[in-house]
Design a protein around this ligand. Structure first.
Ligand code: ADP
Ligand code: MG
Length: 870
């Protein structure tokens, strides 16, 4: 149906609806007929597909090749073992990836969008997926359009249709537009809104004409869903790293292979060994372990009211060095209430409400975009902008009838509130009388008032004083015009201003202190009055003097002088900020080297959110567009949640380093042992199957557990890591070398002496294998912290890891006793005495790593603390 060619009345009758909307019953009927208003989604991958996916890796191809080779020369034992390893590995990997993806899907489901709809004659907010054709929808700036809509009323309605058309120009909409060209291009159908677009500014009302797959967006959904998924930088880095390491190891293994051939070793034995060595030293499990760590972090965050929209944001939160926060709602409670009314002659407190002039209350309820519903207890519930609600409540407190009587006025014209304007205005008519009202920040309202400059200055001085006490101030003015047809912002008579209190959130000061301790700078960016901002920021602990505040004039001057970033170094509060300035402030801090998290809720915050390193949208008060451009969403709009997110982000980053450390240092150790034996002319210290077994029972299971470790003590007391800092910093390299060399050398020396003392090669290998399993078992604990001594970390946090380590050790001991495994792995039981001696050697590794930490800490104390740390 080409609704853009139809008159509004026709559309009403085609869809069998009217301006008071559908009834709930009818809506339910239509929902059954048309289905939910959602786009078809790609079917989930099956577990089996995850399983197959595990085989898409060069290492696996090599192993498969080795297994077939073993088959061709009838080494059935070897071949069977390799197959078993392959399948087990794939099962473990598939399970981990599948459960991670399932959980990630659950989290995405938490992000819902709502729509304002008129049903049963009343304005309601419903989940967008419940919209049906025929619903009457109301649009405000920032809302996402989720159905195709024929507009019935528009007020300066401007829409961003870039998703649909690929063009990022704003499109003006007009309900009165009509065309008889059925094939008009979508952007030219000015009386229509399309699903997937966003309202930039203005207001509008319309009829839903198509939902779900019937919308224009639904028709191209196939195209949209094929878009490639965003890559995660950390994962990409890791894949590259794995690749580089693979190349290096590949070259070493090839060299070893050639030398072995020259020495006259059998081709098959050498080949199998090279493959096994490559498999156990290449950290191919890294990407999976990191995915699991990131998913577990996003689940932990969702429990702390942070929803991760892009996995990369977890890494970003960990590196955050500056938070630029909104004031209202994020740091304060957003529970606004009017405490005083201040006319030029008198201050009225709540006890003197009935002495306030009638016009003040009329301005409060008429120049107001709130909606209300009768509550069950007989009162009224207000919905909408908190300033508007506070003003409506203010009038209702004086006399409840103001709310009802506001309905008897007819709106002739309005200038809806847009944060850039800092005011709103209406023109109303009743019984032939016409009224105009403005309300907004006192500076803007006074611009439209008839007064001497002196009078204005006196009022603004008053305003400054009230603001300094922490009150938000909203001025009101009116005009009784006779011959004007539209609002004319001239010659208003000033009424006075209200002083609104918005208490700070209880948890904000503590959260700000935590952030500051963690080396994170906190700044406040607000549209409010500089004095209000200063007073509140003092209460919060963000600023200590007015030197840290930038007001409107200073911001303009700063912009004019080239927005020099250095000038922002000592500032913490920005007041009367325009959306563009907000973005410039963010960029300036980034040029100072900051990694910036920015909060936002409105349409106008989208540019700043887009430029931020971590865009933070508000789950409750945020508009759809703010959410769509953000990286994370706070479900409780609370500043404290950002700090929790940063803590979780740091934990995730730490844990990923732990996994990397374990995998790479043990691989390095194995390489050291093998290379030493090789150059000194000893036999191979481990058989290929033994290497594979070692890799399977230790790393294959233990690494993932490290990714789930709890936060270490003091995680919020250290400085943020530099975003440029590579994973392989000095600390990581040093620990790899120290740990790897100890394991490599000790096992080599043992191997050497065992052979010297006349032990058979089989028996020596048996002991080396046991020693290596023990080493890798204890090394997991070394991996648990890079800087804290092990006894400082609560073992109760890792009970599961401890069980797992004991399990793998028992598994190995068991295999030494089971005849079948004895044959496969060429192992035999050892005496308790021997086991204890080997265990002692292994525990030596912990001692060495702890001593190394101690040496490092001593050096850090002497030199700058940051030199070695993360
Ligand atoms: P904040 O940064 O605290 O959220 P806002 O951007 O919401 O501040 O508000 C900036 C200024 O705009 C306020 O100080 C007030 O003067 C004015 N203002 C806010 N809300 C409204 C409204 N609904 N109607 C008119 N003016 C408003
Ligand atoms: Mg606001």
């Amino acid at each position: 149906m080409k609704f853009h060619t139809k008159k509004i009345d026709e559309v009403f009758s085609i869809l069998d609806t009217d301006s008071s909307g559908l009834t709930s019953e009818e809506a339910e009927k239509r929902r059954k007929k048309y289905g939910l208003n959602i786009l078809p989604v790609e079917p989930d991958k099956r577990v089996f597909q995850y399983f197959l996916q595990q085989f898409k890796s060069p290492i696996i191809y090599i192993l498969l090749f080795a297994a077939f080779m073993a088959l061709t020369i009838r080494e059935y034992m070897d071949s069977g073992f390799i197959f078993a390893v392959l399948i087990l590995n794939a099962v473990i990997g598939a399970y981990q990836e599948y459960s991670a993806s399932q959980k990630a899907k659950l989290l995405q489901g938490l992000i819902k969008s709502n729509a304002m709809v008129i049903r049963d004659g009343i304005l309601r907010e419903i989940e967008s997926q419940l919209i049906v054709p025929g619903d009457i929808l109301i649009f405000e700036p920032g809302t996402k359009v989720t159905a195709d809509v024929r507009l019935t009323e528009t007020k300066n309605l401007i829409v961003d249709e870039s998703l649909l058309t690929g063009e990022s120009v704003d499109v003006h909409k007009d309900a009165l537009f009509i065309s008889n060209n059925e094939d008009l291009l979508l952007p030219e159908r000015k009386n229509m809104l399309f699903a997937g677009t966003y309202i930039s500014s203005g207001r509008g009302t319309g009829i839903a004409v198509a939902t779900g797959k019937d919308t224009e967006a639904g028709k191209i959904a196939q195209l949209l869903s094929k878009k490639s998924k965003a890559r995660i930088p950390l994962l990409e880095k890791m894949e590259k790293l794995s690749f580089t390491i693979s190349i290096v190891i590949g070259i070493m293994v090839a060299a070893l292979f050639v030398i072995g051939m020259l020495k006259g070793m059998s081709f098959y034995a050498l080949f199998l060994f090279s493959v096994a060595l490559a498999v156990s030293t290449i950290p191919e499990g890294l990407p999976v372990a990191i995915t699991v760590a990131l998913t577990s972090a996003s689940i932990a965050m969702s429990k702390r009211n942070v929803i991760i929209r892009k996995l990369a944001a977890i890494e970003g939160l960990g590196a955050c060095t500056l938070i630029a926060s909104d004031k209202t709602g994020t740091l304060t409670q957003n529970k606004l209430s009017v405490e005083y009314f201040i006319s030029p002659h008198r201050v009225y407190d709540t006890a003197a409400l009935n002495e306030v002039h009638d016009k003040v209350y009329l301005a409060s309820v008429l120049c107001n975009e709130m909606h209300y519903e009768k509550s069950e207890e007989g009162g009224v519930d207000f919905f909408g902008d908190q300033v508007d609600i506070a003003l409506a409540q203010f009038a209702a407190n004086a006399d409840e009838s103001y709310i009802e009587s506001s309905r008897s006025y007819r709106k002739i014209d309005e200038i809806p509130y847009e944060p850039v304007n800092r005011f709103s205005a209406v023109m109303m008519e009743r019984d032939g009388q016409i009224f105009q009202f403005v309300k907004g920040s006192p500076e803007t309202v006074l611009e439209h008032c008839d007064m001497t400059e002196e009078e204005k200055r006196a009022i603004l001085k008053d305003v400054d004083e009230w603001a300094l006490k922490g009150y938000r101030t909203i001025a009101l003015a009116h005009k009784e015009s006779t011959d004007e047809e539209k609002i004319d912002l001239k010659n208003f008579s000033y009424l006075g201003f209200v002083a609104i209190i918005d208490p700070v959130r209880e948890e904000s000061p503590e959260a700000i202190r935590k952030a500051q301790l963690a080396g994170i700078k906190v700044v406040m960016i607000t549209g409010d009055h500089p004095n209000t901002a200063l007073s509140i920021s003092k209460e919060l602990g963000i600023a200590s003097s007015d030197k840290e505040v930038m007001n409107e004039k200073e911001l303009l001057a700063w912009e004019k002088n080239g927005a020099n970033a250095e000038e922002l170094k000592n500032k913490t509060v920005f007041s009367r900020v325009s959306p563009e300035q907000k973005m410039k402030i963010v960029i300036a801090y980034q040029t100072l080297g900051h990694y910036v998290a920015v909060t936002g809720d409105g349409v106008n915050d989208a540019p700043a959110l887009r430029h931020a390193n971590i865009g933070v949208a508000m789950g409750k008060s945020g508009t759809d567009i703010a959410k769509a451009t953000s990286d994370i969403i706070l479900t409780d709009d609370n500043f404290a949640s950002i700090v929790n997110g940063i803590e979780e982000g740091r934990r995730a980053h730490d844990n990923i380093r732990k996994v990397i450390y374990l995998l790479i240092s043990t691989g390095f150790a194995e390489l050291v042992l093998v290379m030493l034996s090789f150059v000194t002319g000893l036999p191979l210290p481990l058989l290929p199957v033994q290497l594979l077994w070692l890799n399977l029972v230790t790393n294959g299971i233990q690494d993932v557990m490290l990714g789930l470790e709890k936060a270490e003590p003091g995680i919020l007391n250290r400085k943020p890591r530099s975003p440029q800092e590579p994973i392989f910093n000095r600390l990581m390299l040093r620990r790899i070398v120290v740990g790897g060399l100890y394991i490599g050398f000790v096992s080599f020396i043992l191997f050497y002496f065992l052979l010297e003392s006349g032990e058979s090669v089989e028996s020596a290998r048996n002991m080396i294998l046991l020693l290596m399993v023990l080493f890798e078992n204890v090394h997991v604990f070394n991996a648990r912290s890079e800087i804290n001594y092990l006894h400082k970390i609560d073992y109760k946090n890792s009970i599961f890891l401890i069980y797992l380590v004991i399990f793998t050790q028992l598994l190995h001991l068991l295999s030494m006793h089971v005849p079948f495994m004895q044959k496969v792995l060429s192992v035999q039981p050892v005496s308790l005495d021997t086991w204890m001696k080997l265990a002692l050697l292994a525990i030596g590794l912990v001692v060495v790593m702890e001593v190394d930490k101690w040496l490092m800490k001593r050096r850090i104390k002497k030199h700058s603390a940051q030199a070695l740390l993360l």
